[in-house]
Design a protein around this ligand. Structure first.
Ligand SMILES: [Zn+2]
Length: 388
């Protein structure tokens, strides 16, 4: 399969890199607010340390914490959604530049409005949750865990210092043993995932407003961190309308495959007549120059029809050790025997277990053995008939 040569793929890959860089800046506010929250939670515990009655101490700590947690996450949510809306506006312009990079000229029109793009930032893109839902769930999670932790600590009659360690963690463990650590990681997952989801969704919906885009092709970042699911999707295409699989069986997974997914989708455009390109270019130049410009655009559009190489192709250039480390020894063995990554997933993109895969493989081998035996028998019969 020829690899995509033009810069359409590169421009989408660089969009993802830019998106993740931007997500790093979106994470600053949540992390700052969560660190402040951690200090307030610890403050509530310390300030009640002298209370003798354990029951009243617990309710005092919990009442203060409840408000602090709610307010902190609502601040995080508001700030983050505002940033995402700005990002969505920019992604709308990004869609047009991706299309322009496919043709080498700005000849495709997208008619998505800025308010439409901004509204996508609030859509339920995170596996059925909106960004606001995700932060609300994070707040509820911390609320419950904080209550459980403090109740347990007070039940065990722990010192205020030990209790605060349960929240913040200890320097000896690099603070990984406190309940806040999980919340910092969770915030990072929400921010990174939301940025990729909003960027992909805005661009795809913008392409949808252009009659010229007919296909979406999945593009994973190919490196040692790529998961089996995204590797299986890489290079697969779906129709723009109805999102039907083209030449494979995997159902359209949505704009991303899992939390922290770094994938994106490349638009595929329909062929255009020279006349249409001429009109779209709208250049005030001589006839020869115009004809040359139209030829260049046609060449670029031809190139973008070639599919990007599959992940299997990319992996074929790697060492046995690399494949082993990436897929795990069991799957690596099957892959080296010739099972493509796509077949290691269910139709809905869930990885099959090693047992299921082995059964599938031996089933396939039996089937091909049967086919082979049938072929030999048919040939032998033909041979016998010839001799008669
Ligand atoms: Zn992915």
């Amino acid at each position: 399969m020829p690899r995509r040569q033009n810069n359409g793929l590169d421009s989408v890959a660089s969009l993802t890199v830019d998106t993740l860089r931007l997500a790093a800046s979106h994470l600053l506010a949540p992390l700052r607010v969560l660190r402040e929250l951690s200090s307030s939670l610890v403050g509530w515990i310390r300030s009640t340390a002298r209370t003798i009655n354990r029951v009243s101490r617990l309710s005092e700590i919990l009442a203060g914490a409840r408000l602090a947690i709610r307010d902190s996450y609502s601040l995080i949510s508001t700030t983050h959604r505002k940033e995402l809306k700005e990002f969505a506006s920019a992604a709308r312009d990004g869609a047009r530049s991706v299309l322009a990079s496919l043709a080498g000229a700005d000849i495709f029109r997208v008619s998505m409005t800025a308010p439409d793009a901004r509204a996508i930032a609030d859509a339920k893109l995170l596996f059925g949750n909106s960004v606001a839902d995700s932060w609300a769930r994070a707040a509820a999670g911390l609320q419950a865990e904080f209550q459980r932790t403090v109740q347990q600590g007070i039940f065990l009659n722990e010192t205020a210092t030990r209790l605060t360690e349960r929240i913040e963690g200890t320097p000896e463990a690099g603070f990984a043993d406190g309940i806040m650590k999980k919340r910092y990681r969770e915030a990072e997952a929400i921010v990174n995932t939301a940025a990729v989801a909003v960027g992909n969704a805005v661009r795809a919906e913008a392409y949808e407003t252009s009659d010229d885009v007919t296909i979406l092709t999945w593009s994973a970042i190919l490196d040692a961190k790529t998961c089996l699911v995204c590797a299986g999707y890489h290079g697969k295409s779906w129709t723009m309308e109805g999102r039907k699989p083209i030449g494979h069986k995997l159902a359209w997974p949505g704009y991303l495959a899992h939390m922290r997914c770094r994938c994106s989708q490349i638009p595929g455009v329909r062929t255009k007549s020279d006349k249409a390109i001429r009109e779209a270019l709208d250049l005030d130049v001589g006839e020869d120059e115009l004809a040359a410009a139209v030829d260049t655009v046609q060449e670029n559009l031809d190139k973008q029809k070639e599919m990007p190489g599959s992940f299997d192709e990319w992996l074929a250039g790697k060492s046995h050790d690399y494949v082993n480390k990436l897929l795990g020894p069991g799957r690596a063995k099957l892959w080296e025997k010739g099972m493509p990554l796509e077949q290691m997933l269910t139709q809905t993109g869930r990885p099959l277990t090693l047992e299921q895969l082995n059964a599938k493989w031996s089933g396939e081998r039996q089937r091909s053995n049967r086919d082979f035996i049938g072929l030999i028998a048919a040939l032998a019969k033909k041979e016998r008939e010839k001799r008669k």
